[in-house]
Design a protein around this ligand. Structure first.
Ligand code: F0G
Length: 353
C-alpha cells in the first residue's frame, strides 16, 4: 500500500480519533540498512535504522507530527520547545504546515548550522539563551504552564507515542526484533519510546524483545554517572544534556530489557562518524554515531556477543552539521585551472587507460 505518513499508517496503534488532523510530511518508513563491511570487521550482524531520511532529517518528525496534530486538534494557539536543534527544526516544519505559531528556545552557539537554518526557513520565532538545553527546557515548561502554547518536547506524551513506531518498522523490516537495539541518549525520550514500541508489538504479535543499549556522550553522561551534570559538554551537540527529562523511563527500559546505558567519548563518536561515512556511504550526524560507537566498544569488551543481530539507530542526517564534518577531516579540494588537460595531469602516473 502507498505510504500515507505516520498517523494514517499507524492509526490503530496511536491515540488518534476522527477529529485528529491527518497532518503529514510523509514521515516514517525509513530504511534499515545492513552494514556489510562493518559487520564483517566487527563480527556481528549490524543494521542501521536511518532516521536521518525523515522529512526534516531526524527521528523527531515521528513524534512531532503527532504532538502538533494533537495541539491543533485541541485548538492550541501554537507550540513551544527547548532544543539542541532537531526538535526545533521539526516543530517549526510541522507547525508551519498546521498553521500554528512556533516558539523555540536554544542554547546560543551550540546548535548545528543546518538545524538553525531549518528553523529560520520554516518561520519559527527563535530565542537564544546563554545557558544550556536543561535551562531552556525549564524556561519552556514554565512558559507552557502559564500560557496557551503547547509544549512539544518529549515530556509531551504524544511525542513518545509517535516515536514508538520506529520499533514497529524495525521488527517489520528485520522479520522480528533484533538481539540488541543501540541508540544515542540525550533527553532519554527516544530510548523510552522504542522500548514502549517493542513491548506493545510483543504483546500483540509475540515479536520478542531486544536488549536496549543506550549511549550518552561521556561529557554529559548523567544517567551513567547517576548525577545531574551542570555543565554538559560534547562535540555531539544534539545530546549535550545534563539532566534528561525521561531519566526514569530510560532506566526502566535498561532494567526491563536487561540492557545497559553506557557512555562513549567524543573520540569514539568521531571515529564511528568517519568510519560510517567512509566505509558504508552513510552520513549521520555526530550524536547519531554514539550508537555505533557504543556497539564497537561493547563488542570489544565482550558485553555484546559476537554474531549478535544488532540495530543501531542513526537519529539524524549528517548534512545537519556541515561544520563538524569539515572541521573533522579538514580536507581542502585541489584547485585546478579550468582547462581540459588539467585533471589528467594532476592525476599523474599510475592512472590506467
Ligand atoms: N540524536 C539526535 C540527532 C538528537 O537530536 C537527539 C535529541 C538525540 C539523539 C537524543 O534523543 O533526547 O530522545 O534521548 N535531540 C533533542 C533536540 C534534545 O532538541 O533536538 P533523546
Amino acid at each position: 500500500m502507498l505510504w500515507q505518513g505516520l498517523i494514517s499508517n499507524y492509526q490503530n496503534y496511536l491515540p488518534v480519533n476522527e477529529k485528529t488532523p491527518r497532518l503529514t510530511l510523509m514521515e516514517g518508513n525509513t530504511p534499515l540498512i545492513p552494514l556489510e563491511k562493518l559487520s564483517d570487521q566487527w563480527g556481528a550482524e549490524i543494521h542501521v535504522k536511518y532516521e536521518g531520511l525523515n522529512p526534516t532529517g531526524s527521528f523527531k518528525d515521528r513524534g512531532m507530527v503527532l504532538a502538533v496534530a494533537k495541539a491543533k486538534e485541541s485548538g492550541s494557539q501554537g507550540v513551544i520547545c527547548a532544543s539542541t536543534g532537531n526538535t526545533a527544526a521539526s516543530a517549526a516544519a510541522y507547525s508551519a504546515r498546521a498553521n500554528l505559531d512556533c516558539l523555540i528556545v536554544i542554547p546560543k552557539g551550540k546548535i548545528a548550522l543546518g538545524k538553525l537554518a531549518q528553523a529560520v526557513m520554516y518561520g519559527a520565532k527563535i530565542y537564544e539563551i546563554d545557558g544550556n538545553f536543561d535551562d531552556a527546557l525549564k524556561m519552556v515548561r514554565y512558559t507552557a504552564k502559564h500560557s496557551s502554547y503547547t509544549l512539544v518536547n518529549s515530556v509531551n506524551p504524544y511525542r513518545l507515542e509517535g516515536q514508538k513506531t520506529a520499533a514497529f518498522e524495525v521488527c517489520e523490516q528485520l522479520g522480528g526484533a533484533p538481539d540488541i537495539l543501540a541508540i544515542p541518549v540525550g533527553n532519554a525520550g527516544n530510548i523510552s519510546a522504542y522500548w514502549k514500541g517493542f513491548k506493545e508489538l510483543h504483546a500483540r504479535n509475540k515479536t520478542s524483545l531486544p536488549q536496549m543499549r543506550g549511549f550518552e556522550a561521556e561529557g554529559s553522561a548523567a544517567i551513567v554517572k547517576n548525577k545531574i551534570i551542570e555543565q554538559p559538554e560534547t562535540i555531539a551537540t544534539a545530546i549535550r544534556i545534563g539532566n534528561p527529562a525521561s531519566w526514569e523511563l530510560a532506566v526502566e527500559a535498561e532494567k526491563d530489557s536487561k540492557g545497559k546505558i553506557d557512555s562513549v567519548t567524543d573520540e569514539e563518536i568521531l571515529a564511528a562518524y568517519k568510519t560510517l561515512a567512509k566505509e558504508e556511504g552513510v552520513f549521520a550526524e555526530p550524536a547519531s554515531c554514539a550508537s555505533l560507537a557504543g556497539i564497537k566498544k561493547q563488542l570489544k569488551t565482550g558485553e555484546i556477543k559476537k554474531g549478535a543481530k544488532i540495530v543501531a539507530v542513526l537519529t539524524g542526517n549528517g548534512l545537519k552539521d556541515p561544520t563538524t564534518a569539515m572541521d573533522t577531516l579538514n580536507v581542502q579540494p585541489v584547485l585546478l585551472k579550468a582547462e581540459e588537460n588539467q585533471l589528467l595531469d594532476a592525476l599523474g602516473e599510475g592512472v590506467s587507460k
